[in-house]
Design a binder for this molecule. Structure first.
Ligand code: DGY
Length: 320
């Protein structure tokens, strides 16, 4: 008998096809709507593996309900939606999708940085609203990028990929991380700073930290007050790393200039959320890794991880 996997969102047939001999696939039938919790709790009872997204909470309740579960493949590099400790206690392997999304997510981080600095969205709206009448010297003038300092908080794979882009743009690179990254210092000329030192010195602050107890709301009122009034803040990691009220206050009180956000504390962010009302903020619906090729690679990596574990092999990208 083939192992049973439950896929928590409808994914394309062509992605599943190469795996049809490996599993008996059961799947939630909606592409955009997450699987309701009661359906998930029912489906996991008979599953040997699940392919889930960051919209699903894999917690003790779910792990207790799952009688045969051996592996959870999370379609994301971040795994704060999973109680990894509880999974370990239940003997369930957890895998994520590092590497395959690094460059795509770094592209989006840089796109937000450039768009926020050069007021790209505001400028498009300016034309749409029929406001463009003349060329003028300081019309929609933003901040330069070349020659400025980027401060990357969280120098993992994506951080290094952002640093490579920054180097190409003629920026100097500061970083803060739990441990020093000698390769980034040697190859990219990145300079390590303490958190406060980086905030005080950087023109652009980019958050790439995973969400953990240590990083929860690390960008708080003090952090924004330490930034330059001209600072551009970019977050492409997790919304929970930011105190959104403090960010809002910092923008309104002109303690920082602008922000580019791909992630929020509560997702989806409400269209009438105070941050959405500020011209100085660009908000995106968590699309850091959203290119067709990368999303397909992420799904394939999940399926390869499920296949490996359910066929008695080592997972390719386990969460340790
Ligand atoms: C991740 O991988 O953690 C992203 O947030 C979704 O691509």
């Amino acid at each position: 008998m083939k192992p049973v996997i439950y896929v928590t969102r409808k994914i394309p047939d062509h992605v599943l096809k190469p795996y049809e001999d490996s599993f008996d696939v059961r799947m939630w039938d909606q592409e955009e709507e997450p699987v309701p919790r009661d359906v998930l709790l029912r489906e996991v009872k008979s599953a040997d593996g699940i392919l889930c997204l960051l919209t699903e909470k894999v917690d003790k309740e779910l792990l207790d309900a799952a009688k045969h579960l051996k592996v959870v493949a999370n379609m994301a590099v971040g795994y704060d939606n999973i109680d990894v400790e509880a999974a370990r206690e239940h003997g369930v392997v957890v895998t994520n999708t590092p590497d395959v999304l690094t460059e795509t997510t770094a592209d989006l981080a840089f796109a937000l940085l450039v768009a926020a600095a050069r007021r790209i969205v505001e400028a498009t709206d300016y034309i749409r609203k029929g406001k463009w009448e003349h060329w003028s010297p300081y019309l929609l003038a933003g901040s330069d990028i070349y020659g400025k300092k980027i401060g990357i908080v969280g120098m993992g794979r994506i951080g290094e990929a952002v640093a490579r882009r920054a180097k190409g743009f003629g920026m100097s690179i500061l970083y803060h991380n739990r441990s020093r990254k000698e390769s980034a210092e040697r190859e990219l000329g990145a300079a390590y700073r303490g958190f406060t030192g980086l905030l005080q010195e950087a023109d652009f602050v980019v958050s790439l930290v995973p969400l953990t107890d240590e990083t929860k709301k690390m960008f708080d009122q003090d952090a924004f007050r330490n930034m330059k009034p001209s600072a551009v803040f970019v977050n492409v990691s997790r919304g929970g790393a930011v105190d959104e009220q403090a960010l809002y206050d910092a923008l309104v009180n002109e303690e920082i200039r602008t922000a580019g956000l791909d992630v929020f504390d509560q997702e989806p962010i409400a269209p009438d959320h105070p941050l959405m009302k500020l011209d100085s903020v660009i908000c995106l619906p968590h699309i850091g890794s959203a290119s067709v090729d990368t999303r397909t690679r992420m799904l394939e990596l999940c399926l390869d991880n499920l296949k490996a574990v359910l066929h008695g092999e080592q997972p390719i990208t386990p969460v340790r």
